[in-house]
Design a binder for this molecule. Structure first.
Ligand code: ATP
Length: 270
């Protein structure tokens, strides 16, 4: 089977406490993924069906993958991680088969969470499906929809998908019984940035006063991944300088460096 060779299965070890900000997103995921996996009985008794699929959307590096892994950890579920753009490219002609195997494996290993990153790579709405590559992607998507429709919401398998292009998704994916719970994962606000700085700096050695509030103010528009990069970059600044602890000055220098990098990336993408 192809899936086995992809090394996609793991028991993750990410905890909610390692995620800065995103309290509401965590709460919602606990209700719609963790609780039904742990205690499907409640849902049966009260007579409602939890969503089968949840879609996380938001800019890159905001913690979507982290959230999915944390829910799997806390639900004691096997985490099956696939990147949609990869199974369209790497396994030409096999997309639909991979999707089928993916769901078979998830059921076998249940309780499990299938995480499909970059779902837009197979789930974008298409105006025409002329080329064979486009037809192949279309078949893969059809198989995914069929699998979603085919299983029971209380089957101990949950699907979480992620995208930063919700605007181009085929609305068929968002219909009831498919990815019918949509959760936005935005860039962190001031409070979220303070928390993320705190999470990473707590693990580091620093000297002098570190003003988290000031760092958060200087990093408007930064993602969680950018903030982590700032902390790593600050450590390099200190190491280059022959020191073994990070200072506020190092962090500010690192913010400026990451800012320059971000601007450069934006220019490339425009
Ligand atoms: P992409 O869309 O690029 O796949 P993503 O939203 O899935 O991004 P992650 O892969 O979860 O983002 O985040 C990348 C890294 O950035 C994480 O491994 C983590 O180290 C850090 N990070 C991002 N968001 C947060 C957050 N809210 N709290 C703590 N760390 C974060």
């Amino acid at each position: 089977p192809i899936i086995k060779s992809m090394e996609v299965v793991e028991k993750p070890n990410v905890h909610y406490s390692e995620i800065g900000g995103l309290e509401e997103q965590i709460m919602e995921l606990r209700e719609v993924v963790e609780l039904p996996l742990k205690n499907p009985k409640i849902f049966k008794e009260i007579g409602v069906e939890p969503p089968k699929g949840v879609l996380l959307y938001g800019p890159p590096g905001t913690g979507k993958t982290m959230l999915a892994k944390a829910v799997a950890t806390e639900s004691n579920a096997v985490f099956i991680h696939v990147v949609a753009s990869e199974f369209a490219q790497k396994f030409v002609g096999e997309g639909a088969r991979i999707v089928r195997e993916l769901f078979e494996m998830a059921k076998r290993k249940a309780p499990s969470i299938i995480f499909i990153d970059e779902i837009d790579a197979i789930g974008a709405k298409r105006i025409d499906i002329g080329t064979s590559g486009e037809r192949e992607i279309q078949r893969t998507l059809m198989q995914l929809l069929a699998e979603l429709d085919g299983f029971n919401p209380l089957d101990n398998v949950k699907i979480i998908a992620a995208t930063n292009r919700i605007d181009i998704l085929d609305p068929a994916l968002l219909r009831p019984g498919r990815f019918d719970r949509v959760i936005e994962v935005p860039l962190p606000d001031l409070k979220g940035r303070i928390e993320i700085f705190n999470i990473y700096l707590k693990k580091m050695k620093y000297s002098g006063d570190i003003n988290l509030e000031r760092l958060a103010q200087l990093t408007e528009g930064f993602s969680g991944a950018d903030i982590k990069n700032v902390c790593v970059e600050a450590a390099y600044v200190a190491i280059r300088d022959g020191r073994n602890a990070v200072t506020m000055e190092d962090l500010i220098e690192a913010v400026n460096k990451i800012n320059v990098k971000k601007k450069r990336m934006e220019n490339i993408q425009e």
